[in-house]
Design a protein around this ligand. Sequence first.
Ligand SMILES: C=C(O[C@@H]1C=C(C(=O)O)C=C[C@H]1O)C(=O)O
Length: 428
Amino acid sequence: MSTLPTADAARLVSRTLALPEGVVDDLLAVISAEAPAREVCSWVRRGDGLVGWGTAAEFTGHGPSRFEDAAAWWRAMCAGAVIRNEVGGPGTGPVTFGSMTYAARSPQASHLRVPAVVVGRRAGRAWVTTTTVGEALPPTEVVTEAASPGAPGEIAFADGPRTAAEWEIAVAEAVTRINHGDLDKVVLARALVARAESDLEPRWLLRRLAERYDNTWVFAVAGLVGATPEMLVRLDRGLASSRVLAGTIRRTGDDVHDLALAASLARSSKDLEEHEYAVRSVADALGRHCGSMNVPESPFVLHLPNVMHLATDVAGAVDDGSTSLDLAASLHPSAAVCGTPTALADDLIAELEGLDRGRYAGPVGWMDASGDGEWGIALRCGQLADDDPRAITLFAGCGIVAGSAPDDEVAESDAKFLPMRDALTATA
Ligand SMILES: C=C(O[C@@H]1C=C(C(=O)O)C=C[C@H]1O)C(=O)O
């Protein structure tokens, strides 16, 4: 069902040039104002990362083989490529952004997208890559600040397939199944639909998200826009690392009280148990590709403006030639977004959630021709509607374990909607 290129079509031609200091102070500001919403690509954290626009090549895939098909497509595109790269290092040369569906059963497509123009920044160095499919090197792009995006105006929010009250009942049912011994943990998600007065611009949302959530990766791929705090896997010249999050507490706005809450989160047996399942699932999957691993014994508390999470950074030295997308495929779905055991949790999600997650909770990120890249989990995000430029569906989910209280989980999901809700309703 996937669109694989023919050998002829696979000839990527790409040129990467260094940009002088001062040209790119703000990656998000250089994204072309003319780019249609679905063409805007972003992966930016604290000013570093990659943005892109335009289309050199595109892959869409479905079903259980979507990761394999995407990996084969990128290998074919890179095998025939002509690459002029005067910068070097991860994220230079031709780059594909990607966003994969959470579930193999989703009717929605998984995407790889090679922008015509990519601008990157890392440790004070900036570059521009132009890519095309054909014979001749593409012309270079003049990188400048684009016109500011417009605010979306008044926003109306409506329930997704389930109201909060209906979702609470689904959570209660999940707790019953867990107490009955059917499984240990399941992650259930809910959706909200937002409709704006004016067309929604990813550039507006990205900017607002980056301003407030500097501990996250601010992403956009094929209309999926968000700010994720969770790094599924980064591969940088053989070193793989992953930031596992699970176990959450809402912030109150009172810093002293929040510190006390952070201390209680680090001691909460319910949250530590939920966290341990997620770390195990990532460490086991990554361990299959790595000669040596570093798995810290206890988590730290990651502070975000809306919530705090238990977090563990896992690392390993990859010894089997896997690319970052191969690693993302074997890590997905982790217990942070699915549950434990995986197959039972996945079945319960299908039974109770009443939602097509689409690409929410799937891997989102980028990869270069060497296979290095970064894939986060698409959380704290929204999917722009295909048929309505003013509509976006927002998603939030919570890990449910034996000690979970359904009303607390509703409040936690509300807190997880906040980054996108605030970005939509910000006035400037
Ligand atoms: C599923 C989401 O978040 C995940 C669930 C968490 C939890 O239940 O504690 C914490 C971080 C994420 O791994 C989401 O934000 O939608």
